[in-house]
Every structure is written in structure tokens, then in C-alpha cells.
Design a protein around this ligand. Structure first.
Ligand code: PMP
Length: 395
């Protein structure tokens, strides 16, 4: 049978992810992977999760195993609203939709706001799977550069002189893949531009709690509320994946009412609601009061790994590489001083038994082939030592 023409046109355009092919190797025996964007399961609070699950199964089975509200259970949404207060976000349960990870939040939001060819601006580099949601929604992507202070908002201001844009997607705090954080002045400038030019900001914040210092910059959501008394054009997404457990597949999105009702309809069409069992477990876990300590544990462990890695890279590879030094999160972004294709180079590092993600995959356009992302969350300190030695040998 000739199946040509059976796929939707937008699917034909969609690029297959070469990264998946590459990362097949990361599972090979003896290979140290600095590639995956996954949290360390060695740090998961299995004891707390077991307690929370036990309560769900034995005491709340009708809640845990029954259909629920599309927006998510009211109890969990209230708890999330409390959590967000610590991040400076004033929201109520009614402003929140619980999603199947923040990945789904991005997908639902893009579907709700992007008409084909609407212009969305992203950072260069940016989170790969957000690009996919934008491509699926048929957005026209433009990108602006980023440096140690995050997205270059001045470049965005230049674009706005000639183009009308629908929105900006960014990871302002401890970005994936760059690790960098948008400075306070750029945050204020971005929120101001969004208000003046009436575009949306999708603030993706999975890593904000994983800070290595005491410094906490206000979210874009918070800045907008403080300066303009509202956040009607700011969409804030976050997740339990990096602070609790990604397998729960629970994230959330805080958004203005004009958008929330529409997103809820798309959510209903997609999967009715996030897993009742996961939501019940998460709500119970929060009620047990263990999350703060758990976040402290993760922060301390990642900070230690990061310090080890940064020192090793500096000492062993500082002559050929430059880095952005993250103040939190799970990623370090490196760039060769002299041009080098890191996808090609990875064939050599693979022979030595170490993989990372070549930077080119994180660009919507103009890829910088000389860059790569190192994830330091899952490797042990010993593995980090060995990995850097292997990288050096592969040079
Ligand atoms: N946004 C960013 C920037 C991410 O790095 C990730 C996870 N890799 C997500 C969103 C999605 O995470 P989840 O769906 O597990 O919440």
C-alpha cells in the first residue's frame, strides 16, 4: 500500500531526533553517561514515597483509583500553591492545572496559544523538547543568543522593532542545557518588553529549587505581579520531577484565567487528567512534610558533584574548553576554544567510554557545533574523575 500522504503534513516536516540514536550508546556496558537529563535516583526519598503510597492505597483507595478533576485534585493544587509561595508566586489552587510532567504543560500551552506561523522566540541554546512542542504547534521560531547572564534580552528588543511576536519561551533559572540564570536586570527588562509589546512569556522552571547558593532571583511571574499588579501574560510551569520523582509524571502550570479554561479543555481531550494515584501519592508526600529536607539533600549532593566536575574540567581541560558556571541545576555547558564538531568528537569519546550531549541539538537554528552539555546529576564522584580522564584521552 502506498502510505504517502497519510501522515499529517506537520509530521512530515518534524525532524526525527538524532539525539535518540546517539544516546543508545549511553546504555552500553562500561560507558559513563554524562548525557541524560535525569535526576539521580540514588537520592530519591523512597522511604517517604513508600509511606505516601501506602497511605494512598490503604486509606484513600477510592480517591487514588478513581477518575478525578481535569485540572487536578483540589488538595494537591492547594499544596502546590503553598509550595509556590516560597518561590514568590502568589497563586491559588484555581490558578493551577496539574499536568503529566511539565512537558505536558508546555505542550498544552503551546497548542492553546500558537496559531500556525505565530512567532515564538527561544534562547540559543534551549530545551530540546520545548522546541518539539513549538514545532508541533507550527510556530515560526526565532532565536536570540545567551551568555553567562542568560537570554540576551537586547537582541529580543531588536527583533521587536520589526516583528510582532506571540511569545517567548525560556528556562530562566539554571537552564537546560546552558546551566545559566537570567540576571535580575534582564528579567525586569524582559517582563517590561512583554507588557509593552503584549506578548506571552512561558517561564519553564523545573530547576529553580536546585540552587547551590542562597541567592534566589524573583521569577518573571513575580516581577510582573509586583510591577504591573498582574501576570496576565506570564505562564509559569514547574514539576515534581527534579525535586521528588519523575516517574510520578506530575508537573503543573500556573496561568491566567483567560488561558486556564482553554488549557483544561485540551487536557481533557489529551488524557482527561493526570494520574489519580500519582496525585494522591504526591499530596500525601507533601503532607508528610518531607519535601524541604529532600530538596536540601538534592541540593547538597548536586553541588558537591558540580564542584568536583568544575574543578576537574578546569584543571584537565581548561586549556581547550571554556565553561558557563551554573549556580544550580544539573547541567554544565562547555565550548571548545577552537572550533570542533562535538557530534563527531563523541565518536572518539565513545571509544573511550564516555558520552555527553553534543550542543548542536539544542539550537533551533545556527547551531554552535563546538559546544556540549554535561549532566552531573547521576554520575558518582569516582565516575566524574574517570569521565574527565576519558574525555582528555579522546582529545
Ligand atoms: N523543561 C525543562 C527545561 C526540562 O529540562 C524538563 C525535563 N528534562 C522538562 C521541562 C520536563 O520535565 P517533566 O515533564 O519531567 O516535568
Amino acid at each position: 500500500m502506498n502510505t504517502e500522504g497519510l501522515l499529517a503534513a506537520r509530521m512530515v516536516r518534524l525532524k526525527s531526533s538524532a539525539i535518540r540514536e546517539l544516546l543508545k550508546h549511553s546504555k552500553m556496558e562500561g560507558v559513563i553517561s554524562l548525557a541524560g537529563g535525569i535526576p539521580s535516583s540514588a537520592l530519591f526519598d523512597f522511604e517517604g514515597l513508600a509511606k505516601a503510597t501506602q497511605i494512598a492505597i490503604t486509606e484513600q483507595p477510592e480517591h487514588a483509583f478513581q477518575y478525578g478533576l481535569t485540572e487536578g485534585s483540589h488538595g494537591l493544587r492547594s499544596r502546590i500553591a503553598d509550595l509556590c509561595k516560597d518561590r514568590g508566586i502568589v497563586a491559588t489552587a484555581e490558578d493551577i492545572v496539574v499536568t503529566a510532567g511539565s512537558q505536558q504543560a508546555l505542550d498544552l500551552v503551546m497548542r492553546a496559544v500558537v496559531d500556525p506561523e505565530d512567532v515564538f522566540v527561544v534562547e540559543r541554546p534551549t530545551y530540546l523538547a520545548a522546541l518539539q512542542t513549538l514545532e508541533l504547534a507550527e510556530a515560526h521560531l526565532l532565536s536570540v543568543g545567551s551568555d553567562g547572564d542568560g537570554m540576551k534580552v537586547d537582541e529580543l528588543a531588536e527583533i521587536l522593532k520589526t516583528r510582532k511576536i506571540k511569545g517567548v519561551y525560556l528556562v530562566p533559572t539554571f537552564g537546560n542545557p546552558s546551566g545559566v540564570t537570567l540576571s535580575l536586570s534582564r528579567r525586569e527588562q524582559l517582563v517590561k518588553l512583554a507588557a509593552e509589546h503584549q506578548f506571552l512569556i512561558v517561564e519553564d522552571d523545573p530547576y529553580g529549587e536546585l540552587r547551590f547558593t542562597d541567592e534566589r532571583l524573583p521569577t518573571l511571574f513575580e516581577i510582573s505581579k509586583t510591577q504591573y499588579g498582574h501576570a496576565n501574560n506570564i505562564i509559569y510551569t514547574s514539576t515534581f520531577s527534579k525535586i521528588l520523582a519523575p516517574g510520578l509524571r506530575l508537573g503543573w502550570v500556573i496561568m491566567p484565567q483567560w488561558l486556564l479554561n482553554k488549557v483544561a479543555i485540551i487536557k481533557q481531550a489529551a488524557d482527561l487528567h493526570a494520574s489519580s494515584l500519582s496525585q494522591t501519592v504526591a499530596e500525601n508526600y507533601l503532607a508528610l512534610g518531607r519535601l524541604d529536607k529532600q530538596i536540601e539533600t538534592i541540593r547538597a549532593a548536586y553541588k558537591q558533584k558540580y564542584n568536583v566536575l568544575a574543578e576537574l574540567l578546569e584543571r584537565e581541560l581548561g586549556h581547550v574548553l571554556t565553561f558557563e558556571y551554573p549556580k544550580g541545576g544539573m547541567f554544565l555547558w562547555a565550548r571548545f576554544r577552537e572550533p570542533r564538531n562535538c557530534t563527531e568528537w563523541m565518536k572518539k569519546t565513545l571509544e573511550q567510554g564516555v558520552v555527553f550531549v553534543p550542543g548542536e541539538f539544542f539550537f533551533s537554528d545556527n547551531p554552535d557545533y563546538s559546544t556540549f552539555r554535561i549532566s552531573f546529576a547521576t554520575a558518582t564522584e569516582e565516575q566524574l574523575h574517570e569521565a574527565v580522564a576519558r574525555l582528555k584521552r579522546a582529545l
